[in-house]
Ligand binder design. Structure first.
Ligand code: ATP
Ligand code: MG
Length: 286
C-alpha cells in the first residue's frame, strides 16, 4: 500500500480540477491501485461524475463535519472495484454558508483521512476553486498537491497565487505538503497562446511541470451528460489517452524510479519555484 494523499486544487474555477481528480482516480483504480476519491466541493460535480445524486447518497462529507456519521459510514462504492468515493450532496447557497463555518474546524477532515489512509494506495481530494474552507482542510490533510492549469491567459496568476498559498500552509499547518506538479489541461495544440503559456510555465517551474498535458477534447463535455468519467466513457478519446499517460507518469514518480526527484522536491525545488512565484509575467491581468 502506498498510502498517498493528493489534493487537486487551484484558486480558479473551470480549470479541470474535477475532471483531473475523477479521471486520475479512475486511472489508478484501473491499474488496481486501491483508491478513494473525496469530493470536498459543495457543487458536488465530482459525485455526479460517478452517477451519485441525492437519492443514492446515504451519507456524505457534511455528515463528517457535523459528526453525525463516521468516515466508514460515508464511503460509497463505484462501478470499479478498486475505487470508492466519499460524495458531496449538492447544496444551496445558505447551506454552503453554514457548511463553511463547520470547516473552520480544520482537524475533522485530517483525522477522518488519517483513519482510512492505511486502507488505500491513493486518496484524492477534489477541491473547490477557493483558498479557504475545505481547500485549506484538504491541503492540511495531504502529502501532495496537483495544480491543474487551463491553458488560458490568466492561468499563470492562479498558479502564482496557489504557490504563495502553499507557502503559507507549509509555514503554518502542514510543513510536509509537496507540490506534486502542475498539469496543463484543455491544452490546444497548434495555438500560439497555449504554446506561450506552456513555455512560460516551463520557464518559471521547470521541475514541477508534469510531462503529460491534457488536450482540449469535446468528448469530455459529452461524457458529463452521461455522468461518466471520460476514461470510462470513451477510452480512445484524446483526453482519455492523456489521462492514462498522466496516471502512468504519476505512478512512476511515486512508486518507481523517481524517489530521488521526490526527495528533491522536499529539499529544494519547491523553494526555488516558490521564489519564482513573485516573478511578474507577460500574462498578467493588467
Ligand atoms: P470548478 O472550479 O467549477 O469546480 P473545475 O476546475 O473542477 O471547475 P472541471 O469541472 O473539471 O473544472 O472542468 C470545467 C469544464 O471544462 C467542464 O465543463 C468540463 O467538462 C470541461 N473540461 C474539462 N477538461 C476538459 C478537456 N480536456 N477538454 C474539454 N473540456 C474539458
Ligand atoms: Mg470542480
Amino acid at each position: 500500500m502506498e498510502n498517498i494523499v493528493i489534493s487537486v486544487a487551484a484558486p480558479k474555477g473551470g480549470v479541470g480540477k474535477t475532471t483531473t481528480a475523477v479521471n486520475l482516480t479512475v486511472g489508478l483504480a484501473l491499474k488496481k491501485k486501491k483508491t478513494l476519491i473525496i469530493d470536498v466541493d459543495p457543487s458536488g460535480y465530482c459525485s455526479s461524475a460517478f452517477g451519485y445524486d441525492e437519492q443514492k447518497i446515504f451519507g456524505n462529507i457534511i455528515d463528517l463535519y457535523k459528526h453525525t456519521k463516521n468516515v466508514h459510514e460515508v464511503i460509497h462504492k463505484t462501478e470499479l472495484s478498486y475505487l470508492e468515493i466519499i460524495p458531496f450532496e449538492r447544496i444551496g447557497y445558505e447551506d454552503e454558508v453554514i457548511f463553511n463555518k463547520l470547516t473552520l474546524d480544520k482537524s475533522i477532515l485530517r483525522l477522518a483521512i488519517e483513519e482510512v489512509k492505511p486502507n488505500y494506495d491513493y486518496i484524492v481530494l477534489d477541491c473547490p476553486p477557493i483558498l479557504y474552507g475545505t481547500t485549506v482542510n484538504s491541503l492540511i490533510a495531504s502529502d501532495y498537491l496537483i495544480i491543474p492549469i487551463k491553458s488560458s491567459k490568466f492561468s499563470l496568476e492562479a498558479v502564482q497565487k496557489m504557490m504563495t498559498f502553499v507557502k503559507e500552509i507549509r509555514k503554518s499547518e502542514n510543513p510536509n505538503l509537496i507540490v506534486d506538479g502542475l498539469l496543463l489541461t484543455m491544452y490546444e495544440l497548434n495555438t500560439k497562446a497555449s504554446f506561450q503559456i506552456k513555455k512560460e510555465l516551463y520557464r518559471l517551474y521547470p521541475n514541477q511541470m508534469f510531462k503529460t498535458a491534457i488536450p482540449k477534447n469535446t468528448s469530455v463535455a459529452e461524457s458529463t451528460f452521461y455522468n461518466k468519467p471520460i476514461l470510462l466513457f470513451d477510452a480512445n478519446a484524446s483526453a482519455s489517452k492523456a489521462y492514462a499517460n498522466f496516471v502512468d507518469e504519476l505512478i512512476d514518480k511515486h512508486e518507481t524510479s523517481n524517489l530521488m526527484s521526490i526527495s528533491g522536491f522536499k529539499n529544494g525545488d519547491f523553494l526555488d519555484d516558490d521564489s519564482n512565484s513573485e516573478h511578474s509575467t507577460s500574462f498578467s491581468q493588467n
